[in-house]
Design a protein around this ligand. Structure first.
Ligand code: NAD
Ligand code: TYD
Length: 358
C-alpha cells in the first residue's frame, strides 16, 4: 500500500504523547511530510513541550500549530482543507481517570463527539481515497480489569469500567464503524500506561517525582497492589509509526511494555532512583509514601499481549524499564521550570492572552 503521509494532522499534539510523537516523527528518515498540530490547549496541552521542534522546523514549514477544538466541525473542516490533510493521527483526548470520575462530561464531549467529528470530516474530505489514513490512539483500559492471570488480546471483549475508559471504548467503536460502514481507511492502537518526559504531573509517575521534589506526601491508592503495564513513550510512538506505515486498514494492534509492576513497588523504585540521583537520604523520600483512600472502581490489573504487533509488523521496544525510569526522573529533576509553568495559573493566562479564551 502507498500511503501519502504528506500533510499529517496530529490532534492533541501539545499533550504528553502527542508532543513526543511530533518530535519523533519529524526525526524519522522515512518521513518527508509536514506536521500540523491541532490542539485546543487544555490544562494538559503545553506548547513549551515543542519549543525545540519550533526552533528546528518552524522556519522550514515542516511544523505548524493551529489552535482548535476537535468538537468544532467548521474549524476541523477548515484545517483539513487549508492544509490538504491526507493523514490524521488522533491523540486529542481528556486522558485522566480521576478527572473522569469527578466529572465525566468533558470526556464524553471530547473523546466521543470529537472523535466522531474528526472521522466525519475525514470521510467527507477524502471521498473514498485509499492513500489516506486515520490512525486512532487508544488505551488498554477499554478491555477492563484482569485477575492474576492472562493478558488483553486484540479480540478481548471490551469491558470499560471508568468514565474515561468508557469514552475511549465508544470512540474505538466509532472508528471501527467508519471503516466497516464507509470504508474509511483506519488503523487503531490500544496501548498500556506510558511514561517519560512532558507528562502532566497528575499521572502516577510524574506526580510522584514532583511531590518528591517538594517533599509532599506520595499518595498510594488503596493497598497499592494494583498492577499496570508500563511503556516508555518513545517506544509507543515508534509502534504508532510502524502501524501507520505497515498496518492493515481496518485492523487494531495492542501495544505494551510487557513490564507489569505493582504500584507500591513502582513508587518505592522511583524513591530509590530519585534519592540516588539527587544524593538525598532514601528514608527522607520513602517516609513520604502515604496510603490513601482507593479510587472508586479501581481496575486491579492491566497486561497486554502485543504479539500481533511484534510478529506481523516487527516492532520491539528499545527502552528497558530501569533506564527509562532513570531518564524520566532525571528529566523532571532537570526541568523544574517546566513543572512550575504547567502547574501555575500563569500558563493559562498566557494562553488566553495569546490565543483568546477557551
Ligand atoms: P494528555 O492529556 O497529555 O494530552 C491531551 C492533549 O489533547 C492536550 O494537549 C489537550 O490540550 C488536547 N485536547 C484535549 N481536548 C481537546 C479538544 N477538544 N480539541 C483539541 N485538542 C484537545 O494525554 P496523553 O497522555 O498524551 O494521551 C494522548 C492519547 O493517548 C489519548 O487519546 C489517550 O487516551 C491515549 N493513551 C494515553 C496513555 C497514557 O498512559 N498517557 C496510554 C494509552 C493511551
Ligand atoms: P494513572 O497514572 O492515573 O493511570 P491509569 O489510572 O490510567 O492507569 O494511575 C496509575 C496507577 O497508579 C493506578 O492504579 C492508580 C494509581 N495511582 C495512585 O496510587 N496514586 C496516585 O496519586 C495516582 C495519580 C495514581
Amino acid at each position: 500500500m502507498n500511503r501519502a503521509f504528506q500533510n499529517v494532522l496530529v490532534t492533541g499534539g501539545a499533550g504528553f504523547i502527542g508532543s513526543n510523537f511530533i518530535r519523533y516523527l519529524l526525526h524519522q528518515a522515512d518521513f518527508h511530510g509536514r506536521v500540523i498540530n491541532y490542539d485546543i490547549l487544555t490544562y494538559a496541552g503545553n506548547l513549551a513541550n515543542l519549543d525545540d521542534v519550533v526552533q528546528e522546523c518552524g522556519q522550514n514549514g515542516r511544523y505548524v500549530f493551529v489552535r482548535g477544538d476537535i468538537c468544532d466541525r467548521e474549524s476541523v473542516e477548515e484545517v483539513v482543507r487549508r492544509y490538504d490533510i491526507d493523514t490524521v493521527v488522533h491523540f486529542a483526548a481528556e486522558s485522566h481517570v480521576d478527572r473522569s470520575i469527578h466529572d465525566p462530561s468533558a470526556f464524553i464531549k471530547t473523546n466521543v463527539l470529537g472523535t466522531q467529528v474528526l472521522l466525519d470530516v475525514a470521510r467527507q474530505a477524502w471521498q473514498g481515497r485509499q492513500d489516506v489514513l486515520f490512525h486512532h490512539i487508544s488505551t488498554d483500559e477499554v478491555y477492563g480489569s484482569l485477575g492474576n492471570e492472562g493478558a488483553f488480546r486484540e479480540d478481548t471483549p471490551y469491558d470499560p469500567r471508568s468514565p474515561y475508559s468508557a469514552s475511549k471504548a465508544a470512540a474505538d467503536h466509532l472508528v471501527m464503524a467508519y471503516f466497516h460502514t464507509y470504508g474509511l481507511p483506519i488503523t487503531l492502537s490500544n496501548c498500556s500506561n506510558n511514561y517519560g518526559p512532558y507528562q502532566f504531573p497528575e499521572k502516577l509517575i510524574p506526580l510522584m517525582i514532583c511531590n518528591m521534589e517538594e517533599r509532599k506526601p506520595l499518595p498510594v491508592y488503596g493497598d497499592g497492589k494494583n498492577i499496570r503495564d508500563w511503556l516508555y513513550v518513545e517506544d509507543h510512538n515508534a509502534a504508532v509509526w510502524i502501524i501507520m506505515k505497515n498496518g492493515k486498514a481496518g485492523e487494531k494492534y495492542n501495544i505494551g511494555g510487557e513490564t507489569e509492576w505493582e504500584n507500591i513497588r513502582l513508587v518505592e523504585e522511583l524513591c530509590k532512583i530519585y534519592a540516588e540521583l539527587t544524593g538525598t537520604p532514601l528514608g527522607e523520600i520513602t517516609n513520604l509514601i502515604t496510603y490513601v483512600k482507593d479510587r472508586p472502581g479501581h481496575d486491579r490489573r492491566y497486561a497486554i499481549d502485543c504479539s500481533k504487533l511484534k510478529d506481523e509488523l516487527g516492532w520491539q521496544k528499545a527502552h528497558d524499564f530501569q533506564s527509562g525510569l532513570q531518564k524520566t526522573v532525571q528529566w523532571y529533576v532537570n526541568n523544574k521550570s517546566w513543572i512550575g509553568n504547567v502547574q501555575s495559573g500563569e500558563y493559562m493566562k498566557w494562553i488566553e492572552t495569546n490565543y483568546g479564551q477557551r
